[in-house]
Ligand binder design. Structure first.
Ligand SMILES: Cc1ncc(C[n+]2csc(CCOP(=O)(O)OP(=O)(O)O)c2C)c(N)n1
Ligand code: SF4
Length: 293
């Protein structure tokens, strides 16, 4: 008897919930790239957990057939880490906006990265708070006018690529739905990376974004790192590329650790195995408990 192959297709990951994003929002492309990447990975939806925070982009788990948790603003990473530690066999995805990830959730990012929990974090970076109607986000450029910066922002934006690299993320990439095959490949590679992986997606907000942030402008200006001959194993070069964030749109893998270190969950399992070697058997513990109770 021949074994039955479990072939999965992108449509297996599309839920019945109809997206309510504005027509033309970049997030439509992001969810498509996730469907395609997951189909290439080949694991069924019930083996995948997808966590997000709050925002337009954070609606994304609901548009997939994976187990989804549209959670609390800025708290997707701690929840995703908990899920992965409780059940390391699950493929865990995490997603949200730049506001969700780098403002209110910004304190969680370094810790998720330094622990190196094997999750893939996809940020739809549109440089604005979309859901709450166009406030200034932490990645918005200096001078940017929004409803909360009517005379132009006087704050320097944060640089998410530099941040995650300096925190020690083993996989760092940037993509855009203006290049769907490229974005799909990045999401797939990030999922396959054994450790914390970060994909910053320049996902245009058509309602509150500016002209130069839209898909058409991105198509005209984006620069593929592989075409430029960038070596993703060169950490210092990756840092240099990251400094161009907000000035040039580089797409591709900035950095991939050549020898991925052990994940947090692997180290926990090892510690449990070592410690349980000398541990008393369960029955003996119960016996002692009853004796001294
Ligand atoms: C604790 C808390 N503070 C504030 C909000 C309001 N709020 C909801 S989404 C959001 C920002 C969304 O922006 P972003 O994360 O960039 O996602 P986008 O909508 O642009 O995809 C804010 C401030 C909230 N829901 N909870
Ligand atoms: S407000 Fe912006 S981010 Fe939100 S759905 Fe509309 S286009 Fe997308």
């Amino acid at each position: 008897m021949t074994a039955q192959l479990n072939v999965v297709s992108p449509k297996d990951f599309k839920s019945e919930l109809k997206p309510i994003w504005c027509p033309g929002c970049g997030d439509y492309g992001v969810v498509q790239s996730i469907y395609r990447a997951l189909a290439n990975i080949g694991r069924p939806a019930h083996e995948i957990a997808f966590v997000s925070g709050i925002g337009c982009s954070s609606r994304i788990p609901g548009y997939t057939t994976a187990y989804g948790f549209n959670s609390v603003h800025g708290r997707s990473l701690p929840i995703a880490q908990g899920i992965k530690l409780a059940n390391p066999d699950l493929l865990v995805l995490c997603a949200g906006g730049d506001g969700d990830g780098f403002s209110i959730g910004g304190g969680h990012l370094p810790h998720a990265i330094r622990r190196n929990v094997d999750i893939t974090y996809i940020v739809m970076d549109n440089q604005v708070y979309g859901l709450t109607k166009g406030q200034l986000s932490p990645t918005a450029a200096k001078g940017r006018k929004t409803v909360t910066s009517v005379y132009g922002s006087i704050e320097r934006p944060i640089n998410p690529l530099l941040q995650v690299l300096s925190y020690g993320a083993g996989f760092v990439a940037q993509g855009t739905p203006a290049d769907m095959p490229g974005l799909t490949a990045l999401v797939e590679e990030a999922i396959r990376y054994p450790g914390f992986a970060f994909v910053n997606v320049q996902s245009p907000c058509v309602t509150y974004g500016e002209e130069h942030q839209q898909m058409k402008a991105q198509k005209a200006t984006m620069k593929s790192l592989s075409t430029l001959g960038h070596d993703p194993q060169d950490f210092l070069k990756a840092l240099e590329v990251a400094t161009h964030y907000g000035v040039e749109l580089h797409t591709g893998v900035l950095y991939r650790h050549p020898e991925p270190p052990a994940t947090y969950e692997q180290q926990i399992r090892e510690r449990q195995t070592t410690l349980s070697r000398d541990a008393l058997p369960r029955e003996r513990i119960l016996e002692l408990f009853q004796k001294h109770a």
